[in-house]
Write a protein that binds this ligand. Structure first.
Ligand SMILES: [Zn+2]
Length: 213
């Protein structure tokens, strides 16, 4: 199922959970949004709507790295011509070279890994927010997992629920944990093999029981 469908189903699941938890229109709207985002989260293990929304495109990332790499080389050439060779120039040269090489080799998934690392750094900056730190770790883990493995399982859902609880502890909002879990679960159900459009199913009980449902 594509990202847009998952997003729409997640929105509906989040809205439903919001209505159960609260009569406040703001809380219900936030729950709806959380449901939609959570409906996309499991597919962070693949190149698609979810990953592309939170990461810069590969081309942009490559262009930025090449631009920095080339600027570094121009700068050290200038310094070399004016001040001669020094150890720091060699170090900067090595950094520029590494950036240029990485820019040629980087994949969209490693850009997702980098995004997860940036989210974790944000968590450190924001007074060690456990929720943001764990969300970053979720993104990093998902960027290394094969598609439809642990993010598409009860284990993944439980980890996601734990992250939601941490967010709720820091920024309490009625119904947000239920809305997020409803959105996440809606994704797993929509990916199940019983639905005719899915060729592959969901390994609900991975890693204990690897049967696809
Ligand atoms: Zn999926």
């Amino acid at each position: 199922m594509d990202g847009t469908s998952h997003f729409v189903i997640g929105l509906a699941a989040g809205a439903f959970a919001g209505f159960q938890a609260s009569h406040d229109p703001v809380a219900i709207s936030v729950c709806t949004a959380i449901g939609g985002i959570s409906g996309l989260a499991p597919d962070l293990d693949t190149n698609g709507l979810a990953s592309n929304r939170i990461t810069v495109s590969k081309k942009v990332a490559q262009a930025i790295m090449q631009l920095i790499g080339i600027s570094v080389f121009l700068l050290i050439t200038y310094r070399f011509l004016t001040d001669g060779l020094s150890t720091s120039l060699l170090v900067y040269g090595a950094i520029g070279l590494v950036l240029l090489i990485v820019s040629r080799l980087i994949t969209q998934r490693r850009i997702l890994t980098l995004t997860g690392i940036l989210v974790m750094l944000l968590g450190f900056v924001l007074h060690q927010s456990i929720g943001i730190l764990l969300a970053g770790s979720y993104i990093i883990i998902a960027s290394f997992l094969p598609h439809r493995s642990y993010t598409h399982s009860l284990l993944g859902a439980a980890f996601y629920g734990f992250i939601l609880v941490q967010f709720h502890n820091q920024w309490p909002m009625e119904g947000m944990v239920a809305a997020g879990l409803a959105g996440y679960a809606s994704h797993l159900v929509a990916d199940m093999k019983i639905l005719p459009m899915n060729r592959r199913g969901v390994k609900w009980f991975a890693p204990i029981w690897k049967r696809e449902f």
